[in-house]
Structures are given as C-alpha cells and as structure tokens.
Design a protein around this ligand. Structure first.
Ligand SMILES: *Cc1c(COP(=O)(O)O)cnc(C)c1O
Length: 400
C-alpha cells in the first residue's frame, strides 16, 4: 500500500508542473481549424528563444529525443557519409549505434565513461581531414548516463581553427532548458531535444533546432526519410499547420512550460539548476561517494551519477528507495549497471524536493550497507541551501 506522493528523481521524464498538467487538460481540437496557428506559431518562437537562436528553425516531430536524432541524421546526411563521434556513456553510445545502422561511416573515439567529449582529439582528426570527408561532428552536450557536461563551444572552436566546415550536431536532450546552451553563438547546426526533460512535459515530442546551413545540406542529402521529412514539415509549419496529426495537448503544455521558463528567465533557470546541483553534490561528497564524472569542470547540473562502494549493488539501493520509500532514482546504464545510481535534478525542482531526494537516497544507501552517517548528506545540502549562496546567476550568460 503506497500512501502520499511517489517521488520522481530520474533524469527524464521529469516532474510536470501542476500548471502544465492543467494546461493540457483541454478538449481535442481541429488541427485544420482556421485559428489553429494561434496555438502553434508562438511555440516555434518560444523554443527558439530557449535554444538561443534567431536564425535557426524549430521543428516538432511526434516521437522522443531518439526520433529527433533520426530526423536530424536522415534529413542532412547521405549513406556512407563520414561522421565524427565520441562514445563516453550510454546515450553517446546509442547515437553511434544509430548512425551505424543508418549507414554512416562512423569515426568513433572511445574515451572513458566519466570523461567529456575529447575536444583535442576531435581537433586533431579534423586537422588531418584535409579533404573535408567528415561531414558532421556529433556532441552529446550532457551525457545523462555519466552526469558529464561537455564543452560544445570548444568543439565549435576546434572546427573553426581547422577551417573545417562539417555540420555540428548536438544532443541537447538533457541540457536544453536547464543548462547554458547557445545555438547561434556556438553555431550549432542541429540540436535535438525531447519534451520530457528540461521542458517539463510528458514524453511525445522530438524537438529540433536546425540552422540554415543544415537546411541547405538537407536539399542534397540522399538518406531515405518519409515521416520525418523536413521539407514537408517546414512547408506546413509556415502557416502553423502540420503534415499529420500533431499532439495538441502537448502543445498546450508546451505553451505553459515556455511561459514558466520565460517568467523565471532562462538565466534564472540555469542558475537554479546550478544551485540545486551544488547542494546535491555537497551531499554526495559528505557520503564519501565519488561521482562518475572525472573532473569538477565536467559536473552536470542536471544529473549526478554516483558510484557505490564495491561490494554494494546499486540496484539494491534503487530497489530500497522505490519499494520502501516511494522514490525513483536513475539506474546505472550499460557497463555502469549495479555500480552506479543517478539522481536526476532537472526540470520543475526546488530545494525541498532535492532534500527529499537526498534524504531518501541516504536511507537507501544506509540500508543497502553503505557506511555513512544518516543526516550527513542532507545536512551538507541544507548548509549550502540555507547559506543563500549563488542566489544570483553565477554562470556567465551572454545578454539575452
Ligand atoms: C533521455 C536522453 C536521450 C533519449 O531520449 P528519448 O526521449 O528517451 O528518446 C538521448 N540523449 C540524452 C542525452 C538523453 O538524456
């Protein structure tokens, strides 16, 4: 018998704000109606401002982040095209796998799970590619499996320094609308995200930001695509319509979540994620447990992947948290299964919710046999939150 609320601290789907849930509770409507654009056109603009782009185009495909990946690849590349990718966690590994399945010639750089995108090695490969055979470089901005945020701007510099004109693809699924992401400033050609992470919605929308250069590439790309064809989507989107039935409830929810983000301000959203993440990390340090992320410059402000001591099964920690304390945390993915558990701290979240997560994690770790002092982690996070430090944005964010 479960009583009270079941807590969700996984890195997607994230908690949906009550206001967003209410906004989605509306009757079905006619997607061909004369005023349907009234709902949709503003959404493109709203997502553009979250992606920090003026020149890019936004598209919504039914699907999730994975569908958006597929749309990005199939619309802009041709079979056999060479692409440069790093594999440093489950999501970058899945992206590599998809690129291979779709017939791309994938140059994979394997780095330890816990490292970031190897910018120097990217730069070296780009420098060697004097015939511009590499058509696209892929970056997983925030590797959700390891809690590692990579430096997209540095990858852009590596491209520029080598006078290389490959497209820059970014998986922003667990960074957009929660970490600093700047499509125009970093000249990102294709960014993908899903509705169920920073945008605080149910899953169901694959969202893309597409640069003019990527649209140009789409004109000659020969990979097969049908349902995910950019040209069909853009032709209908121009007036606020869609080539097939769009998920209107999600659009109503998105309208509300964009309004919430605008009210807090994107810099405020980013600063809040940083502040909450710092509290979580202080708790983890107080438990004496290491993060998977190798270096503090890589720490993700949306998810923390925590190693449990050898001899302890992280799955047991997850089981206790869920069965005994009504709380979900993220599991260790791929080779990290059993060794790692993850706390998702993105989306609609505040200090009290983080303290709940930490309190339950602490009890579950304790019961699973991790030698820690109950209250140590919670106290460390409380000390941070109570200090009121970092109330102001500490990340440097270019003028809105
Ligand atoms: C969640 C996630 C995905 C997968 O998205 P789906 O919406 O589940 O398809 C891809 N990349 C990253 C970095 C993610 O966090």
């Amino acid at each position: 018998m479960r009583t009270g609320q079941t807590h969700l601290f996984i890195p997607g789907p994230t908690n949906v704000p009550e206001a967003v849930r209410q906004a989605m509770n509306v009757p079905m409507q006619d997607m061909h109606a004369a005023d349907f654009w009234d709902l949709t056109l503003g959404l493109f603009e709203g997502v553009k401002s979250v992606l920090r782009t003026e020149t890019g185009r936004v598209m919504f495909f039914p699907g999730s982040g994975s569908g958006a990946w597929e749309a990005a690849i199939t619309n802009t590349l041709s079979p056999g095209d060479r692409v440069l990718m790093a594999r440093h966690g489950q999501f970058s590994a899945l992206w590599v796998e998809m690129a291979k399945r779709l017939g791309l010639d994938v140059e994979v750089i394997d780095v330890p799970w816990g490292a970031g995108v190897p910018v120097k090695e990217f730069s070296r490969r780009l420098g060697m590619d004097t015939r511009d055979e590499i058509r696209a470089v892929f970056v997983t901005h925030n590797e959700t499996a390891t809690g590692v945020t990579s430096d997209v701007a540095a990858v852009r510099r590596a491209l520029d320094e080598n006078f290389h004109d490959a497209l820059l693809f970014v998986d922003g699924v667990s960074s957009v609308a929660s970490l600093d992401f700047q499509m125009d400033a970093w000249q990102v050609d294709l960014v993908v995200t899903g509705s169920q992470k920073g945008l605080m919605l149910p899953a169901g929308l694959g969202i893309l930001g597409v640069s003019e250069k990527a649209l140009e590439a789409a004109r000659t790309a020969t990979m097969r695509r049908a349902c995910f064809e950019f040209a069909d989507m853009l032709a209908m989107n121009a007036d606020g319509y869609f080539p097939y039935t769009p998920p209107t409830q999600l659009f109503h929810g998105l309208r509300r979540s964009l309004d919430l983000i605008a009210a807090e301000g994107l810099p405020g959203v980013i600063a809040r994620h940083r502040r909450l993440a710092e509290g979580v990390r202080r708790a983890i340090a107080a438990w004496g447990l290491p993060l998977v992320a190798e270096h503090h410059t890589l720490y993700s402000d949306t998810v923390s992947a925590i190693r449990v001591p050898s001899g302890i099964d992280a799955r047991e920690v997850l089981r206790i948290a869920y069965e005994d304390f009504n709380t979900s945390f993220g599991s260790g993915l791929g080779p990290l299964a059993g060794k790692v558990f993850r706390i998702g701290h993105l989306g609609d979240l505040n200090e009290g919710m983080c303290l709940t997560a930490l309190s339950v994690a602490e009890m579950a770790l304790y019961r699973a046999g991790v030698p820690l002092q109950l209250g140590a982690g919670v106290g460390a996070a409380q000390a941070w939150f109570a200090s009121g430090a970092e109330r102001r944005p500490s990340v440097r964010i270019a003028a809105e």
